[in-house]
Design a protein around this ligand. Structure first.
Ligand code: 3PG
Ligand code: MG
Length: 349
C-alpha cells in the first residue's frame, strides 16, 4: 500500500494549517455521545501546535444534513465545545459543518478554494471520511501542499494488515444503518472473508432476498417491534415471520448465539456496524453480545470500525480488548476492498 507523506515532514512554523479531521461523532440530544473520533484527532492537532503553527483551522462534516432544520441538529457547536475541553489552545479554530455547503459532497472546487483561502498547507487526518471524494477531503488537497495526519497514517498501517496474509477463518460481521453504502462494498469484497454475518438494518433490507453473489449468514431470529420507537411493543420472532408492518430492531437470542460461535472460532475478525438500535436499551442486546464475542476472542486479530460500533465497545468497557479500534466504518470497509481511498490518493508520497 502506498504511503502518503506525513505531516511530520511539513514545515508548519508560523503557518496557517487547514486540517480535515473526522469529527462526525454520534450525538444524543445535541450532546456528544462518544468522543472517540475527537480524541483520536488530537495528536495531529497537538503536533501542529507544538511545531509552532500560527493557526490550526479544523474542519469536518457532521451527520448527513439535508433540510434547514438539520442545520441546528448538526451544527458543530457541541463537537467544538468538547474539542476545546480536550485541547484548550486559542490557535485552534473550528469551522462550521462542511456539509452545510452544497458543494462539499460534489467535490466542488469553488468550495475547496474557499476552504483553502488564507491557509498555507493542508493536512488530512480524517480517515473515517477518506472514502469520500468531497471538497474538504479531495479537491482541497490539490490546492495546497497536502500531508497525511498521524491518525490517517496509523489507520492505514493497522488496517493494512487485513490486506496482507491474514490468519483464517476471517469472519466479517456487518450491520448499521448505511445499508446502500455497505452492500455495494460487501459485493466487491466478495469471498475475501470466510464467513459474512449480517445484522442490523442491513439484515432487514435483505429479508426479501440478497443481491450478494456469495452466501451470507442472516439472523435466524430478531427482536421485532410494532413501530420504530424505544418503547414499542416487542417480542422475539423468527427472521421470516415478523407480523405485517413490524420491524426487526435487534438480532434475537438464537442469532446472538450463532454469531458468537462463528466469532469464537475466527482468527481474524472485522466488525462494522451495530446489530440493532442499540441506543435504545431494549434493542441493545444483540450489539452487546457481538461486542463481547469479538472482545472475548483474544487469539484473533480483531478490528472494530465505525463510530457506533466503537461507541458500543466503549460503553461496555471493551475497547482495550480488541486489537485495533478504527475510527473508520465505511472507510475501513472500502480499504478492505484493496483500493486506494480518494482522500489518500490526493496526498503525494
Ligand atoms: C462515517 O461516519 O462513516 C464517516 O464520518 C463518513 O460519514 P458519511 O458516511 O456520512 O460520509
Ligand atoms: Mg458512521
Amino acid at each position: 500500500m502506498r504511503k502518503p507523506r506525513s505531516v511530520r515532514e511539513a514545515d508548519v512554523a508560523d503557518k496557517v494549517v487547514l486540517v480535515r479531521s473526522d469529527l462526525n461523532v454520534p450525538l444524543d440530544d445535541g450532546r456528544v455521545a462518544d468522543d472517540t473520533r475527537i480524541r483520536a484527532s488530537l495528536p495531529t492537532l497537538q503536533l501542529l501546535l507544538d511545531a509552532g503553527a500560527a493557526e490550526v483551522r479544523v474542519c469536518s462534516h457532521l451527520g448527513r444534513p439535508k433540510t434547514e432544520e438539520d442545520r441546528a441538529k448538526y451544527a458543530m457547536a457541541p463537537v467544538e465545545a468538547r474539542l476545546r475541553e480536550l485541547l484548550p489552545d486559542d490557535r485552534v479554530k473550528v469551522l462550521e459543518n462542511t456539509r452545510f455547503e452544497a458543494g462539499e459532497t460534489k467535490n466542488d472546487e469553488e468550495f475547496a478554494r474557499r476552504l483553502a483561502d488564507g491557509c498555507d498547507l493542508y493536512v488530512n487526518d480524517a480517515f473515517g471520511s477518506a472514502h469520500r471524494a468531497h471538497s474538504s477531503t479531495e479537491a482541497v488537497a490539490h490546492l495546497l501542499p497536502a500531508y497525511a495526519g498521524l491518525l490517517l497514517l496509523d489507520e492505514l498501517e493497522h488496517l493494512g494488515r487485513l490486506l496482507g496474509d491474514i490468519e483464517r477463518p476471517f469472519v466479517l460481521i456487518s450491520g448499521g444503518a448505511k445499508v446502500e453504502d455497505k452492500l455495494g462494498v460487501l459485493r466487491n469484497l466478495g469471498g475475501r472473508a470466510d464467513a459474512v454475518l449480517i445484522g442490523g438494518k442491513m439484515a432487514e433490507d435483505l429479508r426479501n432476498g440478497s443481491p450478494l453473489d456469495f452466501p451470507v449468514e442472516l439472523p435466524s431470529d430478531v427482536v421485532g417491534a410494532s413501530e420504530f420507537a424505544a418503547d414499542a411493543e416487542s417480542r422475539v420472532c423468527g427472521y421470516d415471520d415478523l407480523p405485517d408492518g413490524w420491524l426487526g430492531l435487534d438480532i434475537g437470542p438464537k442469532t446472538r448465539e450463532n454469531f458468537a460461535d462463528a466469532l469464537a472460532s475466527a482468527r481474524t475478525i472485522f466488525w462494522n456496524g451495530p446489530m440493532g438500535v442499540f441506543e435504545w436499551p431494549r434493542f441493545a442486546e444483540g450489539t452487546k453480545a457481538v461486542a463481547e464475542a469479538v472482545a472475548a476472542n483474544t487469539d484473533a486479530f480483531t478490528v472494530v470500525g465505525g463510530a457506533d460500533s466503537v461507541r458500543a465497545l466503549n460503553e461496555l468497557g471493551l475497547a482495550e480488548r480488541v486489537s485495533w479500534v478504527s475510527t473508520g466504518g465505511g472507510a475501513s470497509l472500502e480499504l478492505l476492498e484493496g483500493k486506494e481511498l480518494p482522500g489518500v490518493a490526493a496526498i503525494p508520497s
